[in-house]
Design a binder for this molecule. Sequence first.
Ligand SMILES: NC(=O)c1ccc[n+]([C@@H]2O[C@H](COP(=O)([O-])OP(=O)(O)OC[C@H]3O[C@@H](n4cnc5c(N)ncnc54)[C@H](OP(=O)(O)O)[C@@H]3O)[C@@H](O)[C@H]2O)c1
Length: 232
Amino acid sequence: MTQYLVTGANRGIGLEFVNQLLARGDRVIATSRQPARAAELNQLSGRFPGHLKILPLDIAAPRSITELVREVEMLDLTIDVLINNAGVLSKGEVFGEVEASALEQAFATNAQGPFLLTQAMVPRLNERAKVIAISSGLGSIARAARFGTPTYNISKAALNMAVRMLGHALAEREIAVLALSPGWVRTAMGGEDADLNVDQSVSNMLKVIDALNFDADAIGQFLGNTGDPVPW
Ligand SMILES: NC(=O)c1ccc[n+]([C@@H]2O[C@H](COP(=O)([O-])OP(=O)(O)OC[C@H]3O[C@@H](n4cnc5c(N)ncnc54)[C@H](OP(=O)(O)O)[C@@H]3O)[C@@H](O)[C@H]2O)c1
């Protein structure tokens, strides 16, 4: 049985990861900023007794990361697959009015958090574990063809570099690290016009994650939800 940890698991893509993983018999540590308010997760915990632990995490707060790792240690859990999913996108940003606080929040949530969480969780990662960062096509510098959602795009590009750095740092332990783009998905973040249902995106991504193996010649790749490479 594989032990997963999914951040930002109370709604959207994170919640669907938890749904699909529990349905196929895996074990999940699901994190949420406010576990007591995570109604769907709490229901799942009743339906899958012993398979789901719900723990608090604000990925943008380093102290919260430290507390989560301590809790995972106290529960004596080790992790096979860490899915850094929590993310934030601020809509309606206008050039000329982008504020430092917006950049800081995007960076702390989308790039700094996944890097620090992975680094702190290393002692709890099993040999040949997998570390996934849910990135975005909007983090691709090669594909940036217009001005839009700058704090998000900048932070996801930084996340992509964090993935490469983590890939090299963890290569000695043969831990595969992957930046994975879910596609454009109908969630609160993606909106109603998005291409993909959340269940389709997540089932595609799980196929990519299942097939992922450590490869010394492909450290820290950037793939789309069907497994095709995304240009950096
Ligand atoms: N939807 C898309 O089209 C799309 C496309 C490309 C990439 N992505 C990426 O996919 C991931 C999931 O997105 P989604 O569409 O599921 O978005 P969503 O529906 O807006 O959900 C975002 C999740 O992240 C959590 N989160 C935000 N800030 C957090 C923080 N500081 N600490 C802990 N959790 C935090 C939210 O928790 P709260 O409920 O507490 O706010 C929520 O659980 C994100 O990394 C996003 O960038 C999405």
